[in-house]
Design a protein. Sequence first.
Length: 391
Amino acid sequence: MLKYLFLIVGMTLLASCNRPAANKKESIYHTSIPQVITDQVQCIPVHTDGDYFNHVEDYLRTVSYVKLASEPLLTRINDIHIINEKIYVWDQADQIVCYDMQGNMIFRIHGVGNGPGEYSGIHAFALNPDRAEVVIYDNMRISLHYYSMLNGKYLRTESFPKPNPSEMAFFDGVYFYNNRDHRNYPNDNSLHYSLLVSADGLKMDKNYFPHNDAEEKYIFSPSLQTFYDNDTTLYYCKNFDNTVYQLGKDSIKARYRIDLPNPLPFSKIEERANEWKLIKSDYAFGISNVYECESLLYFRFFKSGYIMAALYDLAKNEQICCVKAMQDSPRLTIPLINTIDGVYKGQFFSILSPEFIDYCITKCPGEYPAIFQQYDAQSENPIIAFYEVVK
């Protein structure tokens, strides 16, 4: 199961909702920012019950599958967005592939090279539907490259010397940048923040969450993702935090404070604890995959060397389940617990990898739909599954 550990994002260092923080050395780190609205935060208490998702079909129902075309063959999906009936996939092989909702490829952006319209690599990307643009950040050339969302045609390149973001997103008419550290611009105090906001994508207009010295010196960061596209809402969970923020052009709102069992103390960050020992420890940390649909909230985190997957009923304010994300036998009715990767038009969706599909049909042949039966894990691309909330 350790091979799945690299998929985790976010570390959690906020104090519990239900008890006061201990002394600074042992409390979960939290920075109070005046611009962040915190008066309506909902506490999400988490306990690990160790059970399977035995009754997940009481809450979610599979409604459709999209099998992505086999060409080009994807290596690993870094990020995915579904917008205006198109699926945009950032593949680890430095390409953006666009599909329709039947899984047919519409276009492919694969401009690795030194010529006009080409890039050295994709280090972050975002979709700007207001201008119908795919925006790629290239940190080797310190540039933003723009392509058409309609056909993938190259449009222009803009110089982008700073910041040096690990992730970017576009929502509510503005760009958001996750700014992990400021080692490349130590004297520009306006960029010594974890979250930066820009109206035009080039000039930073707002900043949130000032950098913490202990965090910056601790190189370990399992966060491959901090922004979570919930279709009509953008959530953000910064490194070393367990609060989920709702992002907007003019304000940041704390929506959920996830009270993990035995949360990682800030002292472990200060002493720069060995990351593998932390992963295997009994500390809970690394909130990721924060997706909300109807009244259900899904998220994941590390604990005891496992990825834990939680499903929470916001309306009833109660946990449905919190279990290991990969069990010894797959669920037969809904093969989603490997992960939930987004929300589109009021439905959760999951990326079902070739390895996961092969695992399912090997363990329980004949129990899955026809789209799985003729599947070749060696030559096929992932399948995207969509789930609706049972009402």
